[in-house]
Design a binder for this molecule. Structure first.
Ligand code: 1GP
Length: 250
């Protein structure tokens, strides 16, 4: 199968917006507009720790209620569902935990091989966003310090040299701050694969400045649960609809 999602992420004039749906908190976004008119480009589904056992039910409901591409952002190998369009095959390259670098992938590979889910090989980098997030705690890794753009840049370069197709820098869900702009600029300067930025993005202003710094896609989760009315404004900022951005004071 041709890599449709990788192509759609890599090409085209527009930056992209992904809405992360945490199956444990699915109820809070049930009324969110997930149509193609919403400005959301992709739905990500998954979580570092799922306690309600409703991952498949959530995938089922999302597939029934939206035509947007559904990409699994897995916290573990039990988060695989053949109805998804894609899966971020995450290697946690900011950490030194072998299970998250390659171990879980070995377990998941034969399961994924039996599906037609598009595999998106992704260098996943946790960045310190001001507090210990579930992702950092559960993965048992130390995030890259926020003032170490050089470490982030070298890590992303190594990920690209290893053949990974995307770099995803994340301060983790509910982080106090997003990935610093100077770090995004430094990483973007040194890689040629698409750069995804997530964690702690709460306003159209954040989204606009992160995209201007070099992000090709941003991921929002918490703000979608807490203030779904902001999603549309963030989408406009990501897609560089200048009128809206000016009106929001950027
Ligand atoms: C976390 O990047 C996502 O992996 C989303 O983070 O919930 O802070 O928006 P938020």
């Amino acid at each position: 199968m041709s890599p449709l999602l990788i192509d759609s992420i890599s090409h085209g004039p527009r930056k992209k917006l992904a809405l992360l749906v945490d199956p444990d908190k699915y109820k809070s976004i049930r009324n969110v507009d997930l149509s193609e008119k919403s400005g959301i480009d992709y739905i990500f589904v998954g979580g570092s720790l799922l306690s309600k056992g409703n991952f498949s039910k959530c995938v089922d409901e999302l597939k029934k209620s939206s035509k947007l591409p559904l990409i699994i952002f897995p916290g573990n190998i039990d988060q695989i569902d053949p109805r998804a369009d894609g899966l971020l095959f995450l290697s946690l390259i900011s950490g030194r935990n072998a299970e998250n670098l390659i171990g879980k992938h070995v377990m998941a590979a034969p399961i994924l091989k039996k599906t037609s889910i598009e595999i998106l090989p992704t260098g996943y980098m946790l960045i310190d966003g001001g507090k210990i997030t579930t992702a950092a705690y559960i993965s048992n890794t130390i995030p890259i310090p926020a003032d170490k753009a050089d470490i982030a840049s070298c890590t992303a370069m190594a990920g690209e040299m290893l053949g990974l197709k995307l770099i995803y820098m994340d301060t983790g869900s509910g982080a106090l701050s997003h990935v610093p702009l100077n770090m995004i600029k430094e990483v973007k300067k040194n890689i040629s694969i698409p750069l995804i930025i997530g964690g702690g993005i709460r306003t159209p202003e954040d989204a606009y400045s992160i995209c201007s710094a070099g992000a090709d896609m941003i991921v929002i989760g918490t703000i979608g649960e807490e203030a779904p009315e902001v999603i549309g404004q963030i989408a406009k900022a990501v897609h560089y609809e200048q009128t809206t951005v000016k009106n929001t004071g950027i």
